[in-house]
Design a protein around this ligand. Structure first.
Ligand SMILES: [Zn+2]
Length: 501
């Protein structure tokens, strides 16, 4: 933390708004809904708002009362357990926003910094779902190769209904982190089997249907990349104990309440991997009304429809619900640096947030429900068209319905400070978990007052808001020593560096 960050944090602490006890005394949240736009850099939120509204500040989450930065880095940059609890990676605002030209392809020192040591979706999902830092590839596994309990299990223990839904395959890293434990995210069949057969999740929806391709057309031969033939058969003959939903009409019937299955639900739309992002113009044809100019797969539901359907199924439980909604294909289109299609994906995510807010305000209420909207990490570094010469230039707004001006700087994830929005039961709890102040959030992004948390604290906030008892956990001395050197508050250290909850 640099000098200015320390001063800002001191000022905020002195203002006395940070550590109010009201959130701790509030009654537990009945419902927790976590919404993850996967791989959404700052520019991804902005470019979509510009396309949708011609302005920032119009999305439902823009008016949420708690807006904080959130760091996402993993424990280390290994892809397997290292058996070393010492954090190898951190985030430094002074380095992340450094505008010094590098004279090489990185352009600026800050760009070079955030390109390094990024998390993958597995370690990030584990941080959100289980509250620990771990190695990339881990699905609710710690750095010693041990499975750790995750938030969906806690919710299930409390008698809540649980769900995880995504616009990418249901067994992909982020939804997997809310329904499985595995040493590697790449073990799709084992992850899918656990999600389907363990009973931790009542509703699963996402890509992965073996009978269709990315354009929603039937395949001559099934493709079992995302689940095994055994589990696919068990879903079809009913022995998996889940109602299998596949057609767009059935998803829409779930969403409007005319289809009311009892028991667990598996929703596999008639498409292979992404709902829409991987479709091809050669098959679907053109549609100038879409940001990408390509017509949508006509037989596939939106994430918004899936969100409404999941809430209808889960909302019947008197003990409440836990639901994770992932705009997973936002990340896939960031990897592809595809401006039109990432806007389509983020628009569907935004509509899903609107659907959740409408559910809270019509079926539940903000005293009973916590809604968190965030990303698991940056991806692609989308910035303004002149951001090769003007460091951190913002996205160029060309008005509603017009593609914004975007320059992409990277083809994979980034270690930037990300944006987090929260509202409802226990949201203020996050204000007690501040790890620092990042001047760039204020000066460059005009996002908030610069305060930020770490992604592991999302787990803490969800668990505390649901009323799960907090448990003291020993902190490795090496971790304390390392972080004391960074000047981080002790309370944050303890939360951040426990190895298991
Ligand atoms: Zn991700």
């Amino acid at each position: 933390m640099n000098h200015r960050s320390r001063l800002l944090l001191a000022a905020i602490l002195a203002s006395g708004t940070l550590l109010g006890a009201s959130a701790l005394e509030a009654s537990p949240a009945k419902n927790v809904i976590l919404m993850v736009s996967d791989g959404a850099s700052w520019g991804t939120w902005d470019m979509t708002s510009f396309y949708e509204y011609g302005a920032k500040g119009m999305q439902p989450y823009d008016s949420f009362p708690v807006k904080l930065g959130m760091t996402t880095y993993p424990l280390n940059f290994s892809t397997t357990p290292t058996n070393d609890p010492t954090p190898q990676i951190s985030y430094d605002p002074a380095k992340a926003w450094d505008k010094t030209p590098t004279g090489d392809a990185n352009l600026f020192a800050g760009y070079a910094f955030i390109k390094q040591n990024y998390t993958d979706s597995a370690a990030a999902g584990t941080a959100l779902a289980a509250g620990i830092k771990t190695y990339n590839n881990a699905i609710n596994y710690d750095n010693f190769g041990n499975p750790v309990p995750f938030i969906t299990q806690h919710a299930k223990d409390m008698g809540k209904a649980t769900g995880a839904i995504s616009s990418v395959p249901f067994s992909h890293a982020t939804p997997a982190a809310f329904g499985a434990q595995n040493a590697s995210r790449n073990n799709y069949h084992a992850i899918a089997a656990q999600m389907i057969n363990d009973g931790t999740l009542d509703v699963i929806m996402g890509g992965g249907n073996p009978l269709y391709d990315s354009n929603g057309l039937p395949r001559a031969t099934p493709n079992y990349q995302w689940l095994s033939p055994t589990d696919w058969a068990a879903l079809n003959d009913g022995t998996a104990g889940m109602t299998l939903i596949q057609t767009k009409a059935d998803f829409e019937a779930l969403a409007n309440g005319t289809l009311t299955p009892t028991g667990r639900v598996m929703g596999l739309p008639q498409v292979f991997d992404t709902l829409q992002a991987n479709r091809t113009e050669a098959v679907q044809g053109a549609d100038p009304a879409n940001p990408s100019g390509v017509a949508f797969n006509a037989n596939v539901p939106t994430l918004e429809t899936m969100t409404k359907g999941a809430l209808n199924v889960l909302g019947n439980n008197p003990n409440g619900l836990f639901l994770m909604v992932e705009g997973g294909a936002v990340d896939w289109m960031a990897h592809a640096n595809n401006t039109g299609r990432i806007i389509e994906e983020q628009m569907d995510f935004n509509k899903s947030v609107t659907a959740v807010v409408q559910w809270v305000e019509s079926v539940s209420n903000w005293d009973d429900t916590l809604v968190l909207v965030l990303t698991d990490h940056g991806n692609g570094m989308p910035m303004g068209p002149d951001s090769d010469t003007i460091a951190f230039e913002g996205i160029e707004n060309n008005g509603a319905g017009q593609l914004p001006g975007v320059r992409w700087h990277y083809g994979t994830h980034t270690n930037e400070n990300t944006l987090m929005f929260a509202k409802g039961a226990g949201a203020e709890e996050l204000l007690t978990m501040i790890v620092g102040v990042d001047p760039g959030l204020v000066d460059v992004l005009a996002f908030n007052d610069g305060r930020y948390i770490d992604n592991t604290m999302i787990f803490d906030a969800m668990k505390m808001s649901m009323g799960v008892a907090a448990q003291p956990v020993p902190v490795p001395a090496a971790a304390l020593l390392f972080l004391s050197g960074l000047g981080l508050p002790a309370v944050a250290l303890i939360r951040r560096h426990r190895q298991a909850a």
